[in-house]
Design a protein around this ligand. Structure first.
Ligand SMILES: [Zn+2]
Length: 82
């Protein structure tokens, strides 16, 4: 919408904001979802971690593809290029 940055705008990236990092065990300003715990009923539970820890999770072999995509989108949004 703004288009004021570099202009590629291809990746929006995941929502990142205030939340509880399960690894830091404290509230952080850059928390993002890293896992969804399915409950037997109800909406289930979202596990969040700070961006640094989310990158650790994304590197694990059992990390879901959407988490890897989220990290890639974050990098794209930050303007990093290979
Ligand atoms: Zn953390």
């Amino acid at each position: 919408m703004d288009g004021s940055m570099s202009g590629d705008g291809a990746a929006e990236g995941p929502p990142v904001g205030y939340g509880w990092c399960v690894d830091c065990e404290r509230y952080v300003g850059d928390a993002m979802a890293v896992a969804y715990a399915q409950g037997n009923s109800g909406p289930g539970k979202v596990l969040e971690a700070c961006e640094a820890h989310a990158r650790v999770y994304a590197a694990l072999w059992f990390a879901p593809q959407w988490l890897k995509d989220d990290i890639a989108a974050l990098d794209a949004r930050a303007g990093r290029r290979p």
